[in-house]
Write a protein that binds this ligand. Structure first.
Ligand SMILES: [Mn+2]
Length: 317
């Protein structure tokens, strides 16, 4: 499969790269690394994302090249759909993008049901960035500092700073290799994790007041309401990483961040420690993700939703 993909890269001339809405470090770092590799090969390449690049990722090399207007899809021979388990995740243009002649999916979500027959998929890989690292090595690409910086950022963010259970020997080996070729861990971490706005911290202060522990202190959660967002002058993008706070409570198995999207509508970010599989919970409510990190959306008021989650956790015991 990987050889067929390399063949396609060699034969085709015009590529589109895209990823999911609500961009994260893995989506962006992967897109930009692939963009730079294809550019080095002399190809015509465009990165299209529905959403704007979050400010703390704008330092990534080539990030300013990303466009948010799709344009005429007839110009593309191939589309790479990165870090997506379903085509719909790319947003409103999913159908149109699906019409491009050759679709290559590179992904590591366990919920992937076969978005495209042409794929690199490994549910055990830490990140799409790690999968691209493998691809680039097989292609014998020249690993420039900019390519390494993007791939390192992708792997760093999807492993929660090399702390999640998806951090394997291969992950760390890849990261080491990227550092050897120019990625600067301190500079990358500072840009991603130590560049918060006061609005984000004000929102965090409000969210912290909602910290609650349920199910014999095994589930900890935070709630971000629309009221809190408004009062802090913050936006949804500022909630990134908040789920790490309930996750850091000693002895818990599951952490949940409830973000209010509309009056009776919440987004749930789920994290687990150890062997607890939160992907199973997310799936119950139409979501997906990984064993230790998953997400879903549920309609209803917060109390009812919390009870639903409690029930789902009890059923898993
Ligand atoms: Mn990912």
């Amino acid at each position: 499969m990987i050889n067929k993909i390399i063949e396609t890269i060699n034969e085709e001339q015009s590529f589109l790269i895209t990823s999911h809405v609500r961009l994260d470090g893995d989506a962006l770092g992967s897109e930009l690394a692939l963009f730079l590799v294809l550019k080095d090969l002399g190809k015509k390449v465009v990165i299209y994302n529905q959403d704007e690049t979050p400010t703390h990722y704008s330092f990534l090399p080539a990030a300013q090249k990303i466009v948010h207007q799709l344009g005429d899809i007839k110009q593309y021979g191939v589309v790479f759909v990165l870090d997506c388990s379903e085509l719909e995740r790319v947003g409103e243009k999913a159908k149109e993008i699906g019409k491009i002649k050759i679709l290559i999916n590179i992904d590591h979500h366990i919920s992937n049901n076969g978005l495209s027959p042409l794929k690199i998929w490994d549910g055990k890989a830490s990140s799409t960035g790690e999968l691209l690292f493998r691809l680039f090595r097989q292609m014998r690409c020249k690993m420039t500092k900019d390519i390494c910086t993007n791939l390192y950022a992708a792997i760093l963010t999807d492993t929660g700073g090399f702390r999640y259970s998806n951090t394997s020997k291969d992950t760390l080996w890849a990261a080491g290799n990227l550092v050897e070729n120019g990625a600067d861990p301190q500079w990358i971490s500072e840009n991603i994790y130590e560049s918060d706005s006061p609005a984000k911290l004000k929102l965090l202060a409000k969210a912290l007041e909602t910290l609650s522990l349920d199910f014999k202190n095994k589930i900890s959660s935070l709630v971000v309401t629309q009221k809190a967002l408004m009062e802090a002058g913050a936006s949804y993008e500022h909630t990134e990483g908040f789920v790490e706070i309930p996750r850091s409570v000693k002895g818990i198995s599951i952490a949940v961040l409830y973000t209010q999207l509309a009056n009776d509508y919440f987004k749930l970010s789920l994290r687990s420690k150890g062997k607890v599989n939160v992907e199973k919970i997310a799936k119950k409510f139409g979501g997906g993700g990984h064993a230790n990190a998953a997400a879903c959306r549920i309609k209803g008021d917060i109390e009812t939703i919390k009870l639903k989650i409690l029930k789902a956790v009890k059923e898993m015991q």
